[in-house]
Design a protein around this ligand. Structure first.
Ligand code: GYE
Length: 307
């Protein structure tokens, strides 16, 4: 009768939310922790998660997003491999009335209505933090300070912004020079390979290795050691993410400073997904809280690290 109809109505309102998530890949310890965070948080929030891994290729991500549109998921979330080229597929999602949430990496689009919100770190600020550390560290050194940069994935927001953030700080101080810069695609193998080439070409001229993530820093450390260079001593190693692997390298004296970037975005993402489905207004940008860890605090902090 009337009662069971009301119950049906209530049930319909609580229909399980389906979220399609298009992940970048599995290139780094950061990414692995991010994937675990998203999967766990979906489970805890009772959200039905469809998950895909794009193996660091934008075309794979576009395919995944198209398939989520075809499956009529309630919400699409993704961490864009690169910043550009998203208008067509996001317009398709918009036309299908499926809200899109960006996590971790931002995109470069004119039409801000193509996504609801962007949850993640401020990579420019991370780059500035690293730059400020360098300025402080070398304040009594006349230089020149030669920097070898291991960039992340070409065209990705963290690679673009960790570079620009650093430049913003050091550009007015001519003693700092980026003498080499190349992408290691955020992987350990990539970082090692690029560093091998840098060590051959520049050897002891390098004062700083500026690695856009811990995996590449760890690869570079291997390459330096094989080339007879002492990471952390002959060369100051600056890195990003602050993973457990990064902390262990700091404790071993091989990474000098690690700028934090948190991959634990799952819970915030699931809250945003529920809010969007409930028709709530979300802020356009949700920034993660982060800090900087110098080598000297690593041993004390490591036990509290969650990724
Ligand atoms: O720093 C790196 C990962 O987008 C913030 O991607 C993320 C970056 C992170 O591969 O380790």
């Amino acid at each position: 009768g009337v009662l069971s109809l009301a119950a049906l109505g209530a049930h319909a309102q609580e229909k399980q939310i389906t979220l399609g998530f298009a992940q970048v890949g599995a290139e780094s310890a950061w990414r692995t922790a991010n994937t675990v965070s998203v999967k766990q948080a979906a489970k805890e929030a009772g959200i039905n998660l469809k998950f895909s891994d794009a193996q660091q290729k934008q075309e794979n991500q576009i395919k995944a997003i198209r398939s989520y549109i075809a499956q009529k998921v309630d919400v699409i979330a993704f961490s864009p491999v690169v910043e550009s080229g998203w208008e067509p597929v996001l317009t398709e999602a918009k036309n299908a009335h499926i809200p899109v949430i960006l996590t971790d990496r931002s995109i470069d689009v004119k039409d801000q209505s193509l996504y609801v919100t962007m949850i993640g770190s401020d990579f420019m600020e991370e780059g500035r933090r690293a730059g400020r550390w360098l300025e402080e560290h070398y304040k009594n050194d006349a230089g020149p300070i030669n920097i070898a940069e291991l960039q992340g994935t070409v065209g990705s927001a963290p690679a673009n912004d960790r570079h620009s953030g650093l430049m913003e700080i050091i550009k007015n101080d001519p003693k700092f020079k980026i003498i080499a810069s190349q992408s290691g695609d955020f992987t350990l193998a990539g970082g090692k390979q690029v560093m091998e080439a840098f060590a051959k070409t520049y050897g002891k001229q390098i004062n700083v290795v500026y690695a856009h993530n811990d995996d590449m820093a760890l690869g570079a450390i291997q390459a330096m050691e094989e080339a007879g260079i002492k990471p952390g001593k002959d060369v100051n190693v600056v890195s990003f993410d602050a993973t457990k692997g990064g902390f262990e390298a700091m404790i071993a004296g091989k990474i000098n400073v690690d700028v934090e970037c948190s991959p634990l975005l799952g819970p915030q993402l699931m809250t945003a997904v529920k809010d969007v489905v409930a028709g709530k207004q979300l802020p356009k940008r949700i920034v993660t809280n982060e800090t900087v860890f110098p080598m000297s605090v690593a041993a004390q902090i490591l036990p509290q690290r969650k990724y």
